[in-house]
Design a protein around this ligand. Structure first.
Ligand SMILES: C[S@@+](CC[C@H](N)C(=O)[O-])C[C@H]1O[C@@H](n2cnc3c(N)ncnc32)[C@H](O)[C@@H]1O
Length: 303
């Protein structure tokens, strides 16, 4: 049986050069899900509309948008905006202390509906010298994120963009719940794209013997949409161990890298559902550690 797959990864295919969406054959998606033993997911996709075997793009986008609305509720509940701010503020302070020229561009990769960027913009306080940006492979999500930001009159922007072709270089890269989408060479490539950044903060689920059960309970009780439930459980199962993330990030030969909140004991697995891969350029690291204050104890070795 092949590795577990997320439906959302299979139903969106974009031309890497132009970003344009390409047709996706329903039978191919169904066959891949069956081959990985995900029969409920295969039955779900089999019910979706298709013309000449090609999945209806508008339908896929609506299903994805609805799943992302449920995902946003999860991020709200997990205080993902605050969690990111906890590390982003000290990193921005380190850039200022290190004499890096402003304005500072902060880019959230795989932003979905842009919850984290919108939450950071809404609560303010990062400084007038900070430009908040989100990007995602899927134009439908980015368009909705942009519309929400305009509705909420927030000072942030969203663009369509591929994690593997970052066109607008940023000082600091962020992501939430995106790392598990990239495996093997793709994970190394993800970090390699960011090697010249001042820093990065990538949060994802903390894998543990309890994460599969925890994710199942959580998604059963909180989520209504079948795609959100199925992909949510798979994403917890696909989450990378801290050692895998560190190895991939360090192979990229960029900033110093460590993990924040990576589980060190039984209790920390329960208390810390998310871990963060933190990257910071060597010359900014002392200021970053200073600015972190007592939080530095939750950061593993930077190397
Ligand atoms: C699980 S969702 C997380 C969305 C959001 N960060 C959140 O926490 O709600 C993963 C996101 O990564 C995006 N994504 C997947 N591959 C990508 C790539 N190569 N470049 C940019 N975005 C990508 C997907 O479109 C999806 O919106």
């Amino acid at each position: 049986m092949s590795a577990l797959l997320e439906i959302s990864d299979l139903i969106v295919d974009c031309d890497p050069e132009t970003g344009e969406r390409r047709d996706v054959l329903r039978a191919e998606v169904v066959a891949r899900l069956r081959a990985s033993g995900q029969h409920r997911a295969a039955r779900l996709v089999l019910r979706w509309p298709a013309t000449d075997g090609v999945l209806d793009r508008a339908h896929c986008d609506v299903v994805l948008l609805r799943a992302h609305v449920e995902m946003q509720r999860l991020s709200e509940e997990f205080l993902q905006g605050d969690r990111m701010r906890l590390l982003l503020e000290p990193m921005l302070a380190a850039l200022r202390a290190g004499g890096v020229r402003a304005p500072y561009r902060v880019l959230d990769i795989g932003c979905g509906l842009g919850y984290v960027v919108r939450a950071l913009a809404a609560s303010g306080g990062l400084g007038r010298d900070v430009e908040l940006l989100g990007c995602d492979l899927n134009r439908a999500l980015v368009d909705r994120a942009e519309a929400l930001a305009r509705e909420e009159r927030l000072d942030c922007r969203f663009v369509r963009g591929d994690a593997f072709r970052l066109e607008a270089p940023a000082h600091i890269y962020l992501s939430s719940n995106a790392l598990h989408h990239f495996h093997g060479a793709a994970l190394t490539q993800f970090f390699a794209q960011q090697r010249s950044a001042c820093g990065f903060l990538h949060y994802d689920v903390q894998p543990s013997p309890f994460s599969a059960l925890g994710a199942w309970l959580f998604h059963r009780s909180r989520m209504r949409k079948p795609l959100a439930r199925l992909d949510g459980c798979v994403s917890a199962a696909r989450a990378h161990a801290a050692a895998t993330l560190l190895a991939a990030a360090r192979r990229a030969d960029g900033p110093l890298v460590g993990t924040f909140d990576a589980a060190r004991s039984f209790l920390s697995v329960i208390l810390r559902p998310m871990q963060c891969v933190v990257g910071v350029q060597r010359e900014l690291a002392p200021a970053f550690l200073r600015e972190l204050g007592p939080l530095a104890r939750r950061l593993g070795e930077l190397a």
